[in-house]
Design a binder for this molecule. Structure first.
Ligand code: GCU
Length: 640
C-alpha cells in the first residue's frame, strides 16, 4: 500500500544557486552508510538540479566520528558553504545528518549549530501488532509488520525505520505484549531468516528490535510440563532457545514481557515472584547482550466492586517495590506513566523514584485508546513533557528512568496514524525523549513546518494541537475522574459502564459525593508518594483540582481552588470542551485550499465525528451528575 513520507518529505530550496555538492565521510559503518544515503537523497530533494562531486564544490558536508560522552551524541555546524557533522559513532553521525536535514528544511542555508547527547538512553516504540495483521488498540489500519502469520519486509518497512531514526527512536518491539495468534512461534527457526533481515534493516538506522514473548513458551513451544522459573529444565530450555535465536538473529535487542497481567501467564502460577520470572529470561539472553523489558502493569482484573480495600492504583507499587534490587542488571522494569491505564489525566506513577536499585523505564501510549482513538484531535506532547519534568520528590521522572517506550499509533494507513494530526504525537515523542530540553511549542511548530508548506495551515494547526488535550479532558474526564468511557472499546461516554465491574476502575458517584478516597483514610494510595507529594495529594485542601476526584471523595458542593464547586466545574468544563471542539472544526474549515485535498477531507471527517462525540460526552456526563446530585447548573444551560 502507498504511504506518505510524513516529515521526511521536503520542498526544494529556491534561489540558493548551489550546483555541486561534495560529501566526505571517514566512518564506514552500516549506520554512516545510511547517513550518506539519507544525505544524498535529502539534499537532492532540497536542491533538485545538483550534482554530487569529489573535491571542490559549491557546498560540502564532512562527517567523522569523534569522542563524545555517548556513541549516539552528535554535533552539527552549518552555514551557506557547507556543514560539519561529528558523531560518537556511525549512529551519532546518522542522527547528526537527520538534524542537518531538519535544519535545512526549516531554516534554509542559514547558520545553525547543535550539539546533543540524548536525554534518555532508550527511546522505544511498542507495537501491539498481532501476527494475523490486526492491531490491539490500533486506529490506523492493519499491521505493516505482519500479515496472515508472516513477517513483512517492504518499502514501507524501510520508510518506517527512516522515520523512527530521524526523530531518534532506537528500539522497537514489533509484536503485541499479549502474545497470541501463534506469536510464540516468533522465537522458532521458521522466523529466523526474516527476523534477521529485519534486524539488519533497523540496525542500519540505529534501532534495536525486541520481541514480546510468552512466559509459558517452555510449554507452548517446548512441550515441557511446566514454565516454573526455578525449574532446571525450564532454565535449560530458555538458554538453548535463546542461543539459537540470538546466534541466528544478529543484533536482536531482547524481550518484552507482560506477565501475570490481564491473564497472561507468569511466575505467580508457581508461587514465584516477578524477579524470579524476569531473571530467568535475563540470564538466558545475557550472553548475547540482550535485555529483558518486564512490564509492571500487574493488578487484579477480577476484583469485586463491593470491596473498597483493594485499589488497582496501588497494585504495581505493592507488587514491585519490595523487589527493588532483586532484578538482574539486564532487566528493565517498564512502568506506565500513571497507576491506572493511560487515562487523559492521572497522577504520575508512584514507582518513579521509588526503586533506586532497579533499571526503570516509562511507558506512555501514542495509540489514543482513551484519548479519542485518533478520531478526536488530542496532542499528547505537552502532557509527555510535563510528565518527564514532574518532580517525584526524588528527582524528576526523566532523571529516574533509563528510557521510555510508547505504544505505537501507526498502521498501514496512507498517513500512518489514521488522523494526519496524530503523527505529531509520534514525532513529538521521539524529539522529546531525545532532547528533553525542547518545549512542546517548539516541537509542534517544527512538526507543522515539516509537514505543511502553507503558513496559515501551520499556524492554525499548531494552535489546534496545543489546545486539544485540555479540550478533550474538559468534555471527558473532570477533575481526574477516569473510566467514564464505554467498556471494552473505550470510545464514547458510559459513566456507569465500569462501576459494578471487575476491573478496579470506579468513580463511586452517588447523590451526595463523587470520587475515590485514596488518602490515608481510604486506600492509603496517596501515602505511597515521597514528600512533599504524599502531603499534597493526601488532603482535598492541598490536592490540585485536576486530580481531586482521583484522590478524594467529596460532596458536589465542595469548593475547588478555582472557586467553583465540583458540580459547577463539571458542567462548565463539559460545555466549554464542546465549544472548543466546535472552534477546532470551524478553524479546520478555513484551511480548505491551504492543505492538500486528501488531508483536508481526512480532517473534516474526523472533526465532524469529534464534534458529534463531544456533544454526546457533554450531554451524558452532565445529565448523569445532574440526575444524581439534583443540583442545577448556575447558568441554566440545557441538561437532559
Ligand atoms: C490496556 C489495554 C489493553 C492492553 C493493556 C496493556 O488495558 O486496554 O488492550 O493489553 O492495556 O497495557 O497490556
Amino acid at each position: 500500500m502507498e504511504h506518505s513520507a510524513l516529515w521526511l518529505k521536503a520542498q526544494p530550496l529556491s534561489g540558493c544557486g548551489i550546483r555541486s555538492i561534495s560529501i566526505v565521510c571517514t566512518d564506514h559503518t552500516p549506520q554512516s552508510s545510511a547517513a550518506v544515503w539519507e544525505l544524498r537523497s535529502g539534499l537532492t530533494e532540497l536542491f533538485p538540479k545538483v550534482a554530487f562531486v569529489t573535491g571542490q564544490a559549491d557546498y560540502f558536508v564532512k562527517m567523522k566520528v569523534k569522542k563524545f560522552t555517548s556513541p549516539e551524541s552528535y554535533s552539527v555546524t552549518s552555514d551557506e558553504n557547507g556543514a560539519f557533522v561529528t558523531g560518537g559513532s556511525g549512529v551519532g553521525i546518522l542522527y547528526g545528518v537527520f538534524a542537518l536535514l531538519r535544519g535545512l528544511r526549516l531554516g534554509g542555508l542559514g547558520r545553525f549549530s547543535e550539539s546533543i547527547t540524548p536525554s534518555q538512553p532508550l527511546r522505544m516504540l511498542d507495537h501491539w501488532d498481532n501476527l494475523d495483521g490486526s492491531i490491539e488498540r490500533g486506529y490506523s489500519g492493519r499491521s505493516f509488520f505482519f500479515r496472515d502469520g508472516e513477517l513483512l519486509i517492504n518499502e514501507r518497512t524501510v520508510t518506517y525505520a527512516r522515520l523512527l531514526s530521524s526523530v531518534g527512536i532506537n528500539a522497537c518491539a514489533i509484536n503485541n505484549v499479549n502474545v497470541r495468534d501463534g506469536a510464540q512461534m516468533l522465537i522458532t527457526e521458521k522466523f529466523f531468516p526474516r527476523l534477521s533481515a529485519l534486524c539488519d534493516l533497523f540496525g542500519r538506522y540505529g534501532i534495536k528490535l525486541f520481541l514480546s514473548v510468552d512466559f509459558s513458551a517452555p510449554m507452548s513451544v517446548g512441550g515441557l510440563a511446566t514454565s516454573d522459573p526455578l525449574d532446571r529444565e525450564v532454565q535449560a530450555w530458555w538458554s538453548e532457545r535463546c542461543a539459537k535465536l540470538f546466534r541466528r538473529v544478529n543484533g536482536l535487542g531482547g524481550f518484552l514481557v507482560k506477565a501475570d497481567s490481564e491473564r497472561q501467564p507468569g511466575p505467580y502460577a508457581y508461587g514465584r515472584d516477578h524477579a524470579d520470572g524476569a531473571n530467568l529470561l535475563a540470564r538466558a539472553i545475557a550472553p548475547y547482550g540482550g535485555r529483558v523489558i518486564w512490564r509492571a502493569f500487574v493488578y487484579n482484573c477480577s476484583q469485586d466492586w463491593r470491596d473498597r480495600t483493594t485499589d488497582r492504583a496501588r497494585s504495581a507499587y505493592d507488587c514491585f517495590k519490595p523487589l527493588d534490587g532483586k532484578f538482574d542488571e539486564n532487566v528493565i522494569l517498564q512502568v506506565k506513566n500513571g497507576p491506572m491505564d493511560f487515562q487523559v489525566r492521572e497522577p504520575v506513577h508512584p514507582l518513579f523514584g521509588a526503586m533506586p536499585n532497579t533499571n526503570i523505564m516509562a511507558e506512555v501510549q501514542l495509540a489514543q485508546e482513551y484519548t479519542g482513538q485518533q478520531k478526536h484531535v488530542c496532542c499528547l506532547v505537552p502532557s509527555f513533557c510535563a510528565f518527564f519534568r514532574h518532580e517525584t520528590g526524588r528527582g524528576t521522572v526523566s532523571e529516574n528512568v533509563c528510557g521510555t517506550a510508547a505504544v505505537s499509533n501507526t498502521g498501514d494507513d496512507f498517513c500512518w496514524t489514521g488522523s494526519e494530526l496524530a503523527a505529531a504525537n509520534l514525532y513529538g515523542f521521539g524529539r522529546l525523549t531525545f532532547d528533553g530540553s525542547l518545549s512542546p511549542e517548539r516541537i509542534i511548530a517544527e512538526w507543522c513546518a515539516l509537514t505543511f508548506s502553507d503558513e496559515t495551515a501551520r499556524r492554525v494547526i499548531a494552535e489546534i494541537l496545543l489546545r486539544s488535550h485540555k479540550a478533550y479532558e474538559d468534555y471527558t474526564a473532570p477533575l481526574g475522574l477516569g473510566w467514564l468511557c464505554k467498556p471494552n472499546h473505550h470510545y464514547g461516554p458510559d459513566p456507569w459502564g465500569y462501576e459494578f465491574d471487575r476491573w478496579g476502575t470506579y468513580n463511586r458517584a452517588d447523590r451526595d459525593c463523587v470520587g475515590v478516597d485514596r488518602s490515608a483514610s481510604g486506600t492509603g494510595y496517596s501515602e505511597l508518594y515521597a514528600e512533599p507529594l504524599a502531603n499534597v495529594f493526601g488532603s482535598p485542601e492541598t490536592c490540585p483540582d485536576e486530580l481531586l476526584l482521583f484522590f478524594h471523595r467529596v460532596p458536589y458542593t465542595h469548593r475547588l481552588h478555582s472557586g467553583k464547586t465540583v458540580i459547577q466545574h463539571i458542567y462548565d468544563t463539559h460545555f466549554e470542551g464542546y465549544e472548543q471542539a466546535k472552534r477546532f472544526a470551524e478553524a479546520w474549515k478555513t484551511l480548505e485550499g491551504h492543505i492538500d485535498e486528501q488531508t483536508f477531507a481526512n480532517g473534516s471527517e474526523r472533526f465532524a465525528e469529534q464534534l458529534r462525540s463531544a456533544a454526546e460526552w457533554r450531554d451524558v456526563i452532565n445529565s448523569f451528575f445532574h440526575r444524581l446530585s439534583g443540583i442545577d447548573d448556575e447558568q441554566n444551560r440545557q441538561i437532559y
